[in-house]
Design a binder for this molecule. Structure first.
Ligand SMILES: Nc1ncnc2c1ncn2[C@@H]1O[C@H](COP(=O)(O)OP(=O)(O)OP(=O)(O)O)[C@@H](O)[C@H]1O
Ligand SMILES: [Mg+2]
Length: 394
């Protein structure tokens, strides 16, 4: 149970790769000169396994000569330098915690933190939006962005004409966020390697009476009507094609439609561009030009609590979280994202739990299925689960 001294660094949340080594280093530096065991660091953090902490410390020691192994039993580490905090925090050893004093569970802590954040938003008169109905009827649960609901932040950035580029793994919620923030105002271009300039600007086509007619593209449409042009998977689009968009985003904010009588299109004031991409997608190229036009990069990681809130079986969420933690420590190469968990839940309703658990295995790339099965065995207690497949004649 952490009982740090005033001023002693608070344990940070461990979310993405690199968080744990950073946290371990913070602790060792705070205690500079004093050997600290993995268990002690774990009690400060309140989460993460001792082996994960050990692994992080070992990696730190390989890159930083000031971090050294200080003992074997228990395994401990030391920062060879002055402590950044003079006091020695006292952490009751886990075994010494009186069973009658129950520490708040992670969920209670999260609920309390959420209530405090909401109070702060009310105080700052920020609209406290927690859910939004998307145009397709689905409910979007808002997430924190810059200490406010994400949709509120994006709407403010639109007002300020600051283009955003969202990046994150598949299924983390990039597309959902844009639709939740801007609703019917969104005109979307789904980018891929074949997207070309006419997909933005427009093209001539033959009408029913065999006349050549000009059909405006989504960029021209969004500029004229003051809508939001959402370029999804923008990094799959060739940089040469994307360049047709940039004049619309730069002063004097106009484009010349060379393909159609050199028409000059000026955007309405509410016109806005926002892009999404997945840096890990094969063929994704984040050009400097794109990066410099979309001036506010926002990372969209998977938030497993959302899956729980959306009614996904807690155990499936645990499997995914567990794999995500393993990924941070290089022990797994893949974890279920939000979209896979939603599919799990639907299949569970339609075909039952065993089939849904098989789905969790089948969703993983073939080389990751052993790790996934091992985690499933731990969480569900079901052994030898394989992906869904047809069997003998019925
Ligand atoms: N905050 C949220 N509240 C409710 N549902 C969400 C939320 N975020 C994502 N979802 C749901 O999760 C699924 C995946 O989200 P989405 O399609 O937006 O992901 P994405 O990041 O755009 O993925 P991709 O890179 O594959 O396009 C969708 O069914 C979406 O409705
Ligand atoms: Mg998407």
């Amino acid at each position: 149970v952490p009982d740090p001294l005033p001023g002693f660094p608070d344990p940070p949340a461990i979310g993405t790769r690199g968080d744990l080594p950073r946290a371990v280093k913070t602790y060792l530096c705070a205690r500079g000169g004093t050997p600290c065991s993995n268990g002690e660091i774990q009690r400060w953090l309140g989460t993460s396994s001792q082996s994960a902490i050990n692994y992080a410390a070992k990696q730190l020691s390989q890159g930083d000569p000031k971090i050294q192994r200080a003992g074997d039993s228990p395994i401990s580490w030391v920062f060879d330098g002055p402590p950044t905090h003079a006091g020695v925090p006292s952490f009751a050893p886990a075994s010494a915690v009186s069973p009658s004093v129950k520490s708040p569970s992670d969920e209670e802590k999260a609920a309390r933190a959420r209530a405090a954040e909401q109070d702060e938003m009310r105080r700052r008169k920020i609209p406290l939006v927690t859910t939004v109905n998307r145009p397709d009827g689905a409910v979007y649960r808002t997430r924190q962005l810059a200490d406010m609901p994400d949709v509120v932040a994006l709407r403010a950035l639109r007002e300020g004409h600051l283009p955003v580029i969202l990046d994150g793994p598949p299924g983390a919620g990039k597309t959902a966020l844009v639709h939740a923030a801007f609703g019917d105002d969104v005109i979307m271009i789904a980018g891929d390697g074949d997207t070309n300039v006419s997909d933005f600007i427009g093209e001539y086509t033959t009408s029913e009476d065999r006349q050549y007619i000009w059909v405006k593209g989504p960029l021209v449409e969004a500029m004229e009507t003051g809508k939001v042009l959402f370029i999804d998977d923008a990094t799959l689009i060739s940089p040469r094609v994307l360049a047709c968009l940039y004049p619309a985003m730069e002063v004097p904010h106009e484009i010349v439609v060379k393909q159609h009588r050199r028409e000059i299109v000026k955007p309405a004031d509410s016109f806005y561009c926002i892009a999404g991409h997945n840096p890990g997608a094969p063929g994704a190229v984040l050009s400097e030009a794109l990066q410099s036009r979309f001036r506010v990069p926002v990372h969209v990681p998977t938030e497993y609590d959302l899956a729980k809130a959306a009614g996904v079986d807690d155990r499936a969420v645990r499997v995914a979280r567990n794999l995500a933690t393993k990924m941070l420590h290089g022990e797994a190469g893949w974890a279920h994202q939000f979209r896979e968990l939603l599919a799990y839940q639907e299949v569970r309703t339609l075909l039952g739990e065993r089939a849904a658990v098989s789905l969790l295995v089948g969703q993983a790339p073939a080389e990751e299925r052993d790790v996934v099965s091992a985690v499933i065995k731990n969480v569900f207690g079901i052994e030898n689960v394989g992906p869904l497949e047809l069997g003998r004649p019925v």
